[in-house]
Design a protein around this ligand. Structure first.
Ligand SMILES: NCc1[nH]cc(CCC(=O)O)c1CC(=O)O
Length: 310
């Protein structure tokens, strides 16, 4: 093997660093003699922390700097939470690898209440996700939803400071950072449909580097790929960015893929849901099919309204 080194461009947040370290460890284990180097960098999304994301605008707020590093040859790959990966890649770059999915569920975290149902009338819940917000509002119209930004550690601190009665976070991020003990209860997909790609880590790389792609292939997980491709296809076909009231979640039942999707008004007054089943080999087609079903039920108008406000 000629190649001795792979450089990973990564955000500096604890979760991003954990994911990059994970990819480094797996690659070095699979390819003795290979050295994997992390290049931590700040992205625009890390810097603008005080503005609600939907209002900051611009897709790929957290990935642009990483992509520039790859295009300029300073880095070879970038490791992303699949949930945050934009649909379009710059010329020459692409999503080459999808790693095995962690827990895809949302987690309820509170110091005083065990579950969402136990929250008292008018309790304050922290989340900045329109997807979580619309599903919460549908279940519990009485709750007050307050914005919650920052990395996982910051969000937990804000809860502990007493700003919220409970917060909602992705279970995967909490587990990766060894905050399992902070998960008060899990929110099942029937109550809160996860975001497309939630819990999965993906690798973006230069597509012309065959040797690199071969080295990365040990991290590829076929089942996760089928699920995430279906979810992303639905999101893409709805023209959803990363900050939208859209849930998409696929599960495999043998060779069958079961994809559920949701588009909601942020105030929870309307939630459109539908689902499709089909062969996992048709993952992308199934995602598009479900998006079409949601669009014919009025998803386009809901999303246009959301983008209009942003
Ligand atoms: N939006 C930020 C983000 N991107 C990925 C995760 C969690 C880990 C994952 O989904 O893989 C989080 C935090 C959260 O939503 O609580």
């Amino acid at each position: 093997m000629a190649r001795k080194e792979i450089r990973i461009a990564t955000r500096k947040s604890p979760l991003a660093m954990w994911q990059a370290e994970f990819v480094k460890a797996e690659l070095e284990k699979a390819h003795p003699g290979l050295e994997v180097i992390l290049l931590p960098m700040s992205t625009k999304g890390d810097i603008i922390l005080d503005t609600p994301l939907a209002k900051v605008g611009g897709k790929g707020l957290f990935v642009k700097e990483l992509e520039v590093a790859m295009l300029e040859g300073r880095a070879d790959i970038a490791v992303h939470s699949m949930k945050d990966v934009p649909v379009d890649f710059p010329e020459g770059l692409g999503l080459t690898t999808i790693c095995e999915r962690e827990d895809p569920r949302d987690a309820f975290v509170s110091n005083n209440y065990k579950t969402l149902d136990e929250l008292p009338q008018g309790a304050i819940v922290g989340t900045s996700s329109l997807r979580r917000q619309c599903q919460l509002r549908e279940l519990r119209p009485d709750l007050k939803i307050h914005d919650l930004r920052g990395n996982v550690n910051t969000r937990l601190r804000k809860l502990d400071d007493g700003e919220y009665d409970a917060i909602i976070l992705a279970a995967a991020g909490l587990k990766r950072l060894e905050f399992d003990h902070r998960i008060t209860s899990f929110i099942e997909s029937e109550q809160s449909l996860p975001a497309n790609g939630q819990g999965a880590v993906g690798i973006e790389a230069r597509l012309d580097d065959a040797e690199l792609l071969e080295l990365l292939s040990v991290l590829e997980h076929q089942e996760t790929r089928a699920r995430v491709i279906a979810e992303r296809a639905m999101n893409t076909h709805l023209e959803g960015g990363c900050q939208v009231p859209i849930g998409a979640y696929a599960e495999l039942e043998g060779d069958q893929l079961w994809l559920r999707g949701l588009v909601g008004k942020p105030d929870g007054s309307v939630l459109l849901r539908n689902e499709v089943r089909g062969n996992k080999a048709d993952a992308e087609k199934l995602g598009i099919e479900l998006a079409e079903m949601l669009l014919s039920a009025g998803a386009g108008e809901i999303l246009k309204e959301v983008y209009g406000e942003a």
